[in-house]
Design a protein around this ligand. Structure first.
Ligand code: SF4
Length: 251
């Protein structure tokens, strides 16, 4: 059967690397980074600005990049990913759809994901704020990595009710919640976040991710362990995981 018409997409980059965050830390993934974000977190160090070209790794794991003009044709992306997956058939755990905030491209993803899912399972990295967009795509997702954005770190108002509704939908598939924390994250924020997660389900893993500065964890071990003890009482399915890709110096 001929493939239906699938729209082109502006992309930032496509590369193969090790997932450095969250419960799939250490798994190798193919990353598709989409542009644009609906938030403006104070600690953000991600390049999500749309540009004329998309950077694509020449061969998976080579670190050498070539440029393709944006918007990129879906057939081209599918060919690249299929080729990488047949060159290294056991290497990749999944395709990470990341950003920016990829759910801003919900309509495009609705046509891309069913095809990409034929290559590898789909893992979505999201800031956990676009409820309707997640609902429209949840059946295509194998994993959702969702943030609860804490005011103390982002400088933005925490959208507690939005995050709660979002997590209820994310919980229809495998999901976990990540909290980026700093030395100054107040206990009350941590308690509210832990209550929110355990209120949806006590089985949802929660990850405390200390802020990274100059490729070092910028929260003292003492404070991290205090936070861990506080949250573990509410949500025992808890892990403390820094941004390991930053230490490894991988993409
Ligand atoms: S949600 Fe993520 S990509 Fe968007 S501004 Fe915050 S840290 Fe950056």
């Amino acid at each position: 059967m001929p493939m239906p018409h699938i729209p082109k997409a502006d992309l930032i980059e496509i590369f193969s690397s090790i997932q450095g965050e969250g419960v799939l830390v250490g798994c190798r993934q193919i990353f598709l980074r989409f542009p644009d974000c609906n938030l403006n977190c104070r600690y953000c160090d991600t390049n999500f600005l749309k540009s004329k070209t998309c950077q694509i790794e020449k061969r998976p794991g080579s670190g050498q990049l070539i440029e393709l003009e944006n918007p990129v044709d879906f057939i081209t992306v599918k060919k690249i990913l299929t080729m990488w997956n047949s060159e290294l058939p056991a290497a990749h755990h999944s395709i990470s759809i990341t950003g920016g905030e990829p759910l801003l491209h919900e309509q495009l993803l609705a046509s891309w994901l069913p095809e990409l899912k034929k290559i590898l399972p789909i893992y979505l990295e999201t800031n956990g704020t676009l409820i309707d967009q997640l609902a429209a795509l949840i059946n295509h997702l194998d994993w959702v990595s969702m943030d609860i954005k804490l005011h103390s770190q982002t400088g933005l108002r925490t959208e507690w009710e939005t995050h709660r509704k979002f997590l209820k939908i994310a919980n229809q598939t495998d999901c976990y919640v990540k909290l980026v924390v700093g030395e100054d994250t107040p206990d009350l924020e941590l308690q509210l976040a832990a209550d929110l997660v355990s209120g949806v389900s006590k089985n949802i893993p929660l990850v405390l991710q200390p802020v990274t500065l100059d490729n070092k964890t910028a929260v003292s071990t003492t404070r991290l362990l205090q936070m861990q003890a506080l949250i573990a009482e509410i949500n025992p399915n808890l892990r403390v995981i820094p941004q390991t890709h930053r230490f490894m110096g991988v993409m």
